[in-house]
Every structure is written in structure tokens, then in C-alpha cells.
Write a protein that binds this ligand. Structure first.
Ligand code: ADP
Length: 392
């Protein structure tokens, strides 16, 4: 199956009897072919994108009927004009209709970052969620997922309705951290999925959707497309609108992360780092990435900040003290707090019983609660209209 064959076949698909076919009209883009699956986008006008749903379905069926194609996924993409961006997220509703949701997506996950895209344009619209916070790190293994889970639970303890999305395609760990064994169910008559209720959190993970034993090799656009779909096609508001959705981002600052940051309407981002990395260029890269796309940085969390001795109970500043706070100040971002390296945090997390739930009265939980409050203060301060951005 080649791109040429697919385009040839799509020449039979037209928006109307008198209209030009979608290929000649230049509406087809971002064709990805992988293992019998074909994904592509159809560009449509933003003002009446919903009217193009039958066209999308027809294109999908046309390609799915081709020999050698097991599955076809077609998304509508529409570029909004800068002036209409303010309506982008306010019109989100919970129709539970996957098709309508698709057309609401202002740009598909499969599209590459576009030049000079104003903030708000090309963002996904996500129903059932008030605010989305990304938790990221410059590299894996710094405790990003452990921190995400405990912060989500801390926000919940502070009275918020919270969801968590595990977007870490390289090592999804939320199912283990929250002891999730159920598979997500489908919302009746739609292509959307219900999240799993784990300790009260509405949770979804890429790890629940793919075979954990299959190594995942994601090409950039495909990863972004899968993640965007996962965010958009989950019934986040299943048990009432979420105040906050925490997104456990894939580690690093490459194209996948950048495109996610551009397409997901993030209210802010939190960077998790260990003391060693903070002094290094790595953590600064993460900050630079979010700044580039005008996402407010709510602050840095220093994880495994000091060693808290389980035997003597005393604190050992193995990596020195105050460096992280100083670095945060130097680069002009808030410092949200320090989490010790402690056996209980690791053991509880790895047993699927995060400390905030299993040891609610502990010092560790107090730290997560305080970081969660600092984070929300940052969000409330950051809620101002963003200026236009230029991506070079
Ligand atoms: P990441 O998401 O950055 O890859 P994880 O959250 O999976 O990292 O953490 C990596 C390992 O470090 C896990 O075994 C986890 O239990 C452990 N860990 C994370 N934070 C702490 C901490 N503050 N104290 C002790 N162990 C921790």
C-alpha cells in the first residue's frame, strides 16, 4: 500500500456532487501508513467543520476498503482564525458524540507544527475539563509519574475533582502506580472511552490501550495523533466536570512534547527535576520549550531532593541544599517545593498505593499538599490572555 494508491482512491471522494474531489482540492495531508493502518487528515473550514463528518466517514470507508488496509483513521483538521480563538474552549460540551468531537478538534494530532500559529489556534478542545496541567521532565526516571500521581491525589484531597492522563508513551506507569487492572469501557454509541476511577481520580493511560509486552516504537506524528485522540476521546466528565486534568507527559523536550504543548490547551506546566539535573542544561530545555509555546510554567518541583533516613529520621542533604531554589530564581520560574528521596514513597508508589492515599497524615503527604496548593496559586495567577506566538 503506497501513498500514491491511497491518493488515487481518494479522488472518488467529493464534498458534494459538483465539487472538486478532496485530493485535487488539496484537502488531504499527513498520510501515515504503518502495519496495515492508514492515517491521514482532511482540512476543512473551521466555521462549519461539523458538516464535513459524512465526508470524513466516506474517506475512511474508501481507504479501509482497499486491499492491504486493515484500519483507516481519518481526522478533520481546521485552522481557526486568530479572532475566533476565544471561543475555542468555551464551546466544549459533553455530547458524547465521537464524530462531533473529532470535528471540534481544531487541528489533528497528525499535523506538524505550523508556522506563526497564534496561541489558541490549532488547539484541541477537550470536553468535561476546566484546566489541564502538564507534568514533565527533561528525562525519564526522575520521578515524574510518582509526582504526578501524588499531586493529583493531593489536589483531590484539597477538594478538587481531578483526572490523570498517562501520556508517557515510553513507559506508561500510571496503571501500576494506581493499581489499575480494568480495561477502559466504551461510551455507548460513540468512539469515546470512559476513564477508570482509581482512588477517585479519573484515570486513563496509554498503557491500558496497548499490549504492555509490545515494545512501542512511535513515530512523532503517530505518537502525537494517538495522544491527542486519547485526550479528546475520553469521557473525562463521566462523574462530573473535572477541575483539573493532570497530564503525565512523555519525558524529554523533542517534537512530540512540543507538538503536545502546542495542541493541548494547557493552563500550565510543572517541571519535575532531580537536584543534579536542575543544575544542568536539561531542565532548562524543558522550561525553554514551554516558554516557546507560551504555556505558563507553574514551577519546578525538586524530587529526590534530599535523603530522608528511614532509620534515624534525619535529613541528609546529599546534593547540597538550596541549589534548586536558587536555580529556579535564576531562570525566573517559581520553586514549588522539595520532595525527599524516601523508601516509603518508592515502596508505596510501586505497590500501587501512593503515599497521599496510604499515609495521609505523613510528612510526605504534607509536602505534596503544599506543592499542589502552590501549583494552583500559580494557575490562578497565570490565567490571563496569552499573546500570539511565533514558532520558528
Ligand atoms: P519517571 O516517571 O520520571 O520515569 P517514576 O515516577 O516512574 O519516574 O520514578 C522512578 C522510580 O523512582 C520509581 O521506582 C519510583 O518509585 C521512584 N521514586 C520516585 N520519586 C521518589 C522519591 N521521592 N523517593 C523515593 N523513590 C522515588
Amino acid at each position: 500500500m503506497t501513498e500514491v494508491e491511497i491518493l488515487e482512491k481518494l479522488r472518488s471522494v467529493k464534498p458534494g456532487p459538483e465539487a472538486q474531489d478532496i485530493v485535487s482540492a488539496g484537502m488531504v495531508s499527513d498520510i501515515i501508513i504503518k502495519d496495515g493502518s492508514v492515517m491521514f487528515s482532511i482540512s476543512v473550514p473551521a466555521d462549519n467543520a461539523a458538516a464535513f463528518e459524512p465526508l470524513r466517514a466516506q474517506a475512511e470507508q474508501t481507504v479501509a476498503a482497499l486491499q492491504g488496509v486493515e484500519k483507516a483513521i481519518v481526522v478533520l483538521t481546521a485552522e481557526r482564525k486568530a479572532s475566533s480563538q476565544s471561543t475555542a474552549s468555551s464551546s466544549a460540551s459533553q455530547s458524547g458524540n465521537g464524530a462531533t468531537d473529532k470535528t471540534r478538534a481544531a487541528a489533528s494530532g497528525a499535523s506538524a507544527p505550523r508556522a506563526a500559529q497564534p496561541q489558541g489556534a490549532g488547539k484541541l478542545e477537550i470536553a468535561g475539563v476546566k484546566q489541564i496541567i502538564a507534568v514533565s521532565s527533561a528525562k525519564g526516571g526522575v520521578g515524574k509519574s510518582t509526582t504526578s500521581v501524588n499531586l493529583a491525589l493531593a489536589l483531590q484531597a484539597n477538594g478538587k475533582k481531578v483526572g490523570i492522563l498517562d501520556a508517557d508513551i515510553y513507559g506508561p506507569s500510571i496503571p501500576r502506580l494506581l493499581k489499575i487492572t480494568d480495561k477502559p469501557t466504551a461510551v455507548a454509541n460513540s468512539r469515546r472511552m470512559n476513564p477508570i476511577n482509581a482512588y477517585g481520580l479519573m484515570a486513563m493511560s496509554i498503557g491500558l490501550l496497548v499490549d504492555p509486552d509490545t515494545p512501542m516504537v512511535w513515530r512523532g506524528p503517530m505518537a502525537v495523533s494517538a495522544l491527542s485522540q486519547m485526550i479528546r476521546d475520553v469521557n473525562w466528565g463521566m462523574e462530573g466536570e473535572l477541575d483539573v486534568l493532570i497530564v503525565d507527559m512523555p519525558p524529554g523536550t523533542g517534537d512530540i512534547q512540543l507538538t503536545m504543548a502546542q495542541q493541548v490547551p494547557l493552563s500550565g506546566s510543572v517541571i519535575v527535576s532531580t537536584p543534579q539535573d536542575l543544575a544542568l542544561i536539561d531542565a532548562r530545555k524543558g522550561i525553554a520549550m514551554f516558554r516557546k509555546v507560551n504555556i505558563p510554567i507553574l514551577g519546578i518541583v525538586e524530587n529526590m531532593s534530599y535523603f530522608s533516613c528511614p532509620t534515624c529520621g534525619s535529613r541528609h542533604d546529599i546534593f547540597g541544599h538550596g541549589g534548586a531554589r536558587a536555580t529556579a530564581e535564576e531562570i525566573g520560574v517559581p520553586f514549588l517545593g522539595e520532595i525527599p528521596l524516601h523508601m516509603d514513597i518508592r515502596e508505596r508508589s510501586d505497590a500501587g498505593e501512593p503515599v497521599v492515599i496510604s499515609e495521609p497524615e505523613s510528612d510526605h503527604t504534607a509536602i505534596y499538599l503544599s506543592i499542589a496548593s502552590a501549583m494552583m496559586k500559580g494557575i490562578n495567577g497565570a490565567m490571563k490572555p496569552a499573546p500570539a506566538i511565533i514558532i520558528e
